[in-house]
Design a protein around this ligand. Sequence first.
Ligand SMILES: [Fe+2]
Length: 310
Amino acid sequence: MAIKGLDLVTFSVDDASAADRFLMQWGLKRVADPRFGSRYECADGSAVRFAPSSSDFLPAGVQPGPTVREVMWGVESPADIERLHHELASDRPVEVDEEGALHTVDDSGLAIAFRVSHKQSLKVDPLGFNTPGAPQRINSPSRFYKSAEPQELSHIVIGVANFSQAESFYRERLGFTVSDRYQGRGVFLRGAPRGNHHNLFLLDDGKNSFNHLAFKVRDIHEVIGAGQQFQALGWQTHIGPGRHYASSGCFWYFKSPFGGALEYVADEDILTEAWQSSVFTPTPEMFSEWHFGAEGPKLGPLAKPGAESS
Ligand SMILES: [Fe+2]
């Protein structure tokens, strides 16, 4: 089984006009969607869409009002779809839509779906850095950003009422791999052994909830440059900018009309089977190496490598 990552995330909203304005200014491309009118795509084709909270065709939300209504995962091949169908139909209803995508629910009641991924391969020129002794950018100014161009959906963070049940479902039924863990707080999971540090973070929240959805941009300068421009348009910072210890990601979270935050993130760790998972202590100073408008980090032991096999 190979779950490549997030393909399409569907939301309910109370203010469709604000949701449209947010996503256009976030830097996504609006394209026609037969059921929803529009969806909003990253460069690789992964996308989000929304409908009013009162819409009768949306799957049930895990919380009332604006929130996530369905998480569509992209898989590599039709054979993966067949295996997932067989696995999940053993204990829950699974619907197959006209395009062959599977629709069902996870053990928390969150609507989930699977399709052969629509994501396109990305070709992005990396930004060169002039490190002393190893300059990469000669006679060439750096890149500057006036707005973001999100490249792909990176990860989603979902709060769950029954944490152990939720973790078991994603690991044992869907084949997710543990990347790292915040002790007593949550687990970072990736859909395949090789890939982004996490596609899913399950938050031991005591309730089912949507926390945030992250969009990968090209580099740290895009996080900060485009994030600053986005804030200047009137959208409010939730946290950031900063840089996580877990995943190494540079981030900036913004409050959104979607019931949780949306995040710009760059330079997250890419993992293979050789990765040794760690258990991080969930303290505020462990959340970020640096961030503005908050107390600075108190450096200490960061994590216990190899504390858990995945
Ligand atoms: Fe995140």
